[in-house]
Design a protein around this ligand. Structure first.
Ligand SMILES: *Cc1c(COP(=O)(O)O)cnc(C)c1O
Length: 219
């Protein structure tokens, strides 16, 4: 049993899902974690995901956690388990089209911009409202919006990180009680990485995306 997996699993509650983030990791490193019982893996780039997916067991659930370009959806639509990083209606429409072509439904999270950094992707609350109130949304039979995702500022300021996670939880509650009031699958908040997952869990995370704490430092 991989000791890092044991340690991280011991620190997260049973109802929080651990996604092992495999970017820049070798297949053998990933298999070691897989054989410790982890089946959910996340990549932030489509190209790297496509290289690894055929080399790993077929019961792996793949998560796309980085920015997704519309023209790349077709490559992952047949197998992707959850797309964490949806940041436009255009992307949602394309995911629906490609999911339909594959005869499946793809679960998606809307990525919300909560950090104080220009470099991060994501929607602000006005953009969220625009998407969620769009009349075309109800026609998208091959996607499900199952929650929200966010990334905190890369910072040592734990209060700042906490307040950003808290704001995501509050946006989640607000959306759930309006747009998803009659819905039982809008349940997920993907927040927390190696440096901040303890705080994220305290603030209501249901999915943590962890690389470094499982695999060690990336080059
Ligand atoms: C790389 C990455 C992670 C994991 O980061 P660690 O600090 O290595 O745990 C989580 N989420 C996203 C979107 C990432 O790109």
């Amino acid at each position: 049993m991989n000791q890092n997996v044991l340690k991280v699993l011991s620190e997260i509650p049973d109802d929080v899902k651990l996604i092992a983030v495999t970017k820049k990791r070798s297949v053998s490193e990933i298999l070691d974690v897989y054989h410790s019982g982890i089946k959910d893996f996340g990549e932030n780039r489509v190209q790297e995901l496509l290289q690894k997916q055929p080399l790993l067991p077929s019961d792996v659930k793949w998560h796309l956690i980085g920015h997704l370009q519309t023209n790349k959806v077709k490559y992952i639509a047949s197998f992707i388990h959850l797309i964490h990083s949806v940041d436009s209606l255009k992307l949602l429409l394309e995911i629906n089209n490609q999911a339909k072509r594959c005869n499946r439904t793809i679960d998606c999270l809307l990525q919300v911009y909560i950090a104080k950094e220009e470099t991060k992707f994501g929607l602000d609350t006005d953009e969220l409202d625009t998407i969620l109130s769009s009349s075309v949304l109800k026609d998208l039979q091959n996607i499900r919006i199952t929650g929200l995702m966010g990334m905190a500022t890369f910072s040592d300021d734990l209060n700042l990180i906490r307040s950003e996670f808290r704001s995501l939880k509050s946006i989640f509650n607000q959306i759930k009680s309006t747009y998803f009031i009659d819905n039982n699958y809008f349940t997920q908040i993907s927040m927390g990485m190696s440096s901040d997952y303890h705080i994220a869990i305290e603030e209501g995370s249901t999915i943590v995306r962890i690389g470094t704490a499982l695999f060690g430092k990336r080059d």
